[in-house]
Write a protein that binds this ligand. Structure first.
Ligand SMILES: CC(C)(COP(=O)(O)OP(=O)(O)OC[C@H]1O[C@@H](n2cnc3c(N)ncnc32)[C@H](O)[C@@H]1OP(=O)(O)O)[C@@H](O)C(=O)NCCC(=O)NCCS
Length: 171
């Protein structure tokens, strides 16, 4: 940790902010770089007009375009993380934790008590990220994901209980 960190003054270059219709092409490009079945800009437009959906972007410096996003949909006091992804150049440096922590806090403040998600077996960065945030495995769906090579992979279902304060368990 540098001297700013020791004083509690360190500043991450990353910030979390809402995304809008001007970002949908960028969001689609990030999604395409991360998943075998990409969502298009029109899919993100549909999410943006869905009042049950929360979509947060991860921004760096003065870049007007997000380098990552997380998207969830709520039903009553539960929410499901539908997708989270970072641009390839931003992965592996802990940035997703900032994004997810902000998003989960916002969900907690909005009254969400339980968060669900599914992750492909073998996606070690995602499993590590979710584990650190306090998600716990609660089920397994064999063969749920189709891989580009034609094979199938299991989905691991995970869940997280949020406190009313918006805080999630410390990692
Ligand atoms: C999943 C994803 C969002 C994680 O974001 P990230 O900022 O790169 O993740 P981090 O750098 O915070 O790493 C998360 C954890 O995984 C670990 N990790 C990173 N790469 C790893 C690897 N190849 N194998 C095992 N663990 C790994 C990190 O050490 C970290 O664990 P730690 O907190 O215990 O140190 C990002 O990799 C991504 O966009 N992937 C493609 C899309 C995707 O798979 N989304 C999830 C769908 S469920």
């Amino acid at each position: 940790m540098n001297w700013l960190g020791r004083l509690g003054l360190s500043r991450s270059p990353a910030r979390v902010a809402p995304v809008g219709f001007g970002h949908t092409a960028c969001l689609a490009a990030i999604h395409e770089s991360a998943f075998a079945r990409p969502w298009g800009a029109e899919d993100f437009e549909a999410f943006l007009i869905d009042p049950a959906v929360r979509l947060d972007g991860l921004f760096f410096g003065r870049d007007p375009d997000p380098s990552g996003f997380v998207l969830s949909r709520r039903v009553l006091d539960e929410a499901e993380i539908l997708s989270v992804a970072l641009h390839r150049t931003k992965r592996g440096r802990g940035h997703s934790r900032i994004l997810m922590t902000h998003h989960l806090q916002a969900l907690g403040y909005a009254g969400i008590r339980t968060v669900h998600l599914e992750v492909e077996e073998g996606n070690d960065p995602a499993l590590a990220l979710y584990g650190r945030l306090g998600f716990e495995p609660c089920g397994n769906r064999p063969g749920y994901y189709a891989r580009p090579d034609g094979s199938r992979a299991s989905a691991i279902s995970m869940t997280l209980a949020l406190s009313p304060s918006g805080r999630q368990p410390a990692s």
